[in-house]
Design a protein around this ligand. Sequence first.
Ligand SMILES: Cc1ncc(COP(=O)(O)O)c(C=O)c1O
Length: 432
Amino acid sequence: MVLFADRMANIGSENAFKVGSDIAIAQSQGRDVIRLNLGEPDFDTPEFICKTACDNLMAGNTHYCPPAGIIPLREALANQISETRGVTIDPETIVVTPGAKPPICYSLLTYINPGDEVIYPSPGFPIYESWATFSGAKPVPLHLKESKGFSFSADELGQLITPKTKLIIINSPSNPTGGVLSSDDILSIAKVINEKSNENVRIYSDEVYENILFDGSEHHSIISAPGMQEKTILVSGHSKSYAMTGWRLGFAVLPSKLEANVFTNLNINIFSCTPPFSQAAGVEAYTNPQSAEIVSKMVKNFEERRNYAVPALNAIEGVTCANPKGAFYVFPNIGGICDTLGVFNHYNSLPADVARKTSPSKLFQMFLIYHHGVATMDRQSFGAIGAKDMHFLRLSTATDLNSIKKGIERIDRASKDKKGFSEFILKGEHLY
Ligand SMILES: Cc1ncc(COP(=O)(O)O)c(C=O)c1O
């Protein structure tokens, strides 16, 4: 009898969390490491939100609560989504979850039979590919091209839709690219979905970065397009907009009460309910008029950092970096650096079992942590299927400007350290 069920071989992960152990090892070896790996605002949760949670705890709001979420939060969310998306949302179609991550797993469990096809962006949030593979779906990556600002056309999506397509995942503004879909993009994507897919297809619209937009651009949701509300699972949450990553608060708006009941039952089966004092604080975030100003200050900071990071990265020989329109990441192409440093040659000479576990951008990522003291994420951490020849890094700009400056200086230095890179490979440690 084997210890682990066979299915456990098929689950992926989110390396942004796992890279913490590499940082700890590098630090224990005496290296100072700048962290540009994690996607969370470096600001604390606004005080008035924390105060609401404290007051609730002290008042004894510490018990189980309704599994779909407390009514005041579902009502506040329904009002906000109805107003901002121009649709009417019934609070009973909303299910609150601990963070915006669980609805990904729930959607795969709820809608997918083995062999059904799931289209998702690549590069994209890694949990899409992880759950697609784990659920027995056929993963169908929609490759976003640097040359198109990491956007995609309705045509490109249309070519991937088949009679077996069951779930189409979109994410705007996007992690890791910062790409943003315009209202015209959304309309043409909705049109192709309506034309080419079955009525039971579902669109998973991940909108967790909905408030983090630059250059005056606006957020557009596919739920607002004709014929889409009946098919869309709209997901968002508090983590990114209100600097509430540790509170674990997110939600899904389902196309029907029937589907919301299925998600609620998954909540019951897994954790019963999202903590009530977190939810009370979540109501405060959505309803207190102070929130708008605080969010806009954070976004201004993210935009200033992007304005610094993109030209600074483009000034490094061997790097091209597109200008993100939202979220808090930059996603430079490092193919030129890999060429100059001989990363491709070294990668090609690795033993097959090592090569399988790493990639050129992973090798450079690890070289950066262990030899130059800067933590980033590699391309394959955002979807590995079909991404073998893509060489990018993700840097989080949810980090103070000074650290971003130092981090990019270190990447520049590493990009010229051919000798150091050869030594790193020869040593053979931390290659993946
Ligand atoms: C695109 C995307 N979706 C979902 C999540 C999960 O958010 P949460 O921390 O609220 O679970 C993240 C977090 O990084 C994300 O980037």
